[in-house]
Design a protein around this ligand. Structure first.
Ligand code: NAD
Ligand code: GLY
Length: 349
């Protein structure tokens, strides 16, 4: 078993990465408390029997699956169910599911009695390598993603590769988006991805590389929990990804992260920050996952969305974290018109 720790001023988090750790370790948190399990309808349909076996009489709240359910109405419904279940300050909330369950469950744990124990049990690849680690919790409001939330570190994260066996291929691609992002931030992860380029969809390899990604993220979060500097690097590719996701949709978040990295690496080359050879190397990995990268008509609206991105410090610029060298990143701030022209040139139909 690989154990990774994150120490922040408010919480010590222990992340266990091991096949079978859900069944083995979840019961350790149950003793003597009134607890609560949050999951979603798809995960419950697949793992309801295991959940019942591990958590016995603990109330299980089943959220309808899907991003549209990560909203304030469901957040308050979950909090009401926690009150009805008689949870107290020493209770544990187990968030067992993908990033949607982890984000809304983490926020419910942060809010209930100003904070109860939270254990994240991520069941998608994306949640295992990214969203369950680092304490970002949130719900969406209206069209704005993750606009209401809190930093709230879980006490434990149980990363069990067994869950990946039931994941559809699209969800694997989604997680690979974040994994390749870690490769572009960390030369050792990039070495491994290039050496194992033929095994990107092999679940044993994914569990192995997931723990390296978690290790990388944990070190970043420990140094900069509140995203004042270093943690911004974890948003690589995300400026263009979010802008395209908002305006075109139809693909998963992680697929858009790959598309964002693909086009932002071309911008980095045009700006003299990366070599064309390096951009080609990253593009090769991205194409192995996506097959092809879409091009878009009418990109002006997407460029406008990038201009409104909350990561920008000024209204007439677009800020991005771009690939700059082998496992190295750079922060790039472009005047809006320049960004728009690059986007149309590289991603336009
Ligand atoms: P998700 O939670 O919607 O899960 C994707 C789909 O997979 C759902 O239909 C779910 O029911 C299903 N599923 C989950 N586990 C399964 C399993 N083992 N087998 C079969 N199906 C399974 O989406 P996601 O991609 O896990 O997470 C996306 C969310 O995470 C977004 O809301 C995003 O904003 C958030 N996120 C948060 C952070 C963070 O740091 N907190 C980082 C990245 C993304
Ligand atoms: N997913 C980016 C972060 O956790 O900071």
């Amino acid at each position: 078993m690989k154990i990774i720790e994150i120490h922040t001023p408010t919480q010590d988090s222990v992340i266990s990465c091991e096949t079978g750790c859900f069944l083995r370790h979840a019961p350790e948190f149950l003793a003597g408390h009134q607890n609560f399990v949050l999951t979603d309808s798809n995960v419950h349909a697949l793992y309801g029997a295991q959940i019942a076996e591990v958590f016995a009489d603990t109330p299980v709240y089943v959220l309808p699956a899907g991003e549209e359910n990560k909203n304030r109405e469901n957040l308050f419904a979950i909090l009401q169910a926690m009150i009805d279940a008689g949870l107290h300050r020493n209770s544990y909330l187990f968030a067992l599911g993908g990033g949607v369950v982890g984000d809304i469950g983490g926020l419910a744990a942060a809010l209930y009695m100003r904070g109860i124990h939270c254990v994240q049990i991520p069941t998608t690849l994306l949640a295992q390598v990214d969203s369950s680690v680092g304490g970002k919790t949130a719900v969406d409001m209206g069209n704005v993603k993750n606009v209401v939330g809190a930093f709230y570190q879980p006490e434990a994260v149980l990363v069990d590769g067994t869950f990946l066996k039931t994941l559809p291929a699209r969800e694997i691609r989604c997680g690979l988006g974040e994994i390749i992002k870690y490769g572009a931030l960390n030369p050792l992860i990039l070495d491994s991805l290039l050496e194992n380029a033929d095994r990107l969809f092999d679940l044993d390899y994914l569990s192995e590389i997931a723990s390296d990604c978690i290790q990388h993220k944990s070190e970043v979060v420990q140094l900069d929990e509140r995203e004042q500097n270093l943690r911004k690097s974890l948003n690589m590719g995300h400026t263009t990804a979010h802008a395209l996701e908002l305006n075109y949709g139809g693909l998963s978040h992680g697929e858009f992260v790959l598309i964002g990295m693909y086009y932002e690496s071309k911008i980095a080359v045009a700006e003299g920050l990366a070599t064309a050879e390096y951009a080609e190397l990253l593009s090769g990995l991205i194409l192995r996952v996506l097959g092809e990268v879409p091009r878009y008509a009418g990109l002006e609206k997407a460029a406008e969305s990038a201009r409104l991105d909350k990561k920008n410090a000024a209204s007439d610029e677009v800020s991005m974290i771009v690939p700059a060298g082998y496992g190295v990143y750079a922060e790039l701030k472009l005047p809006f018109e320049k960004y728009r022209d690059y986007l149309v040139r590289f991603a336009g139909k």
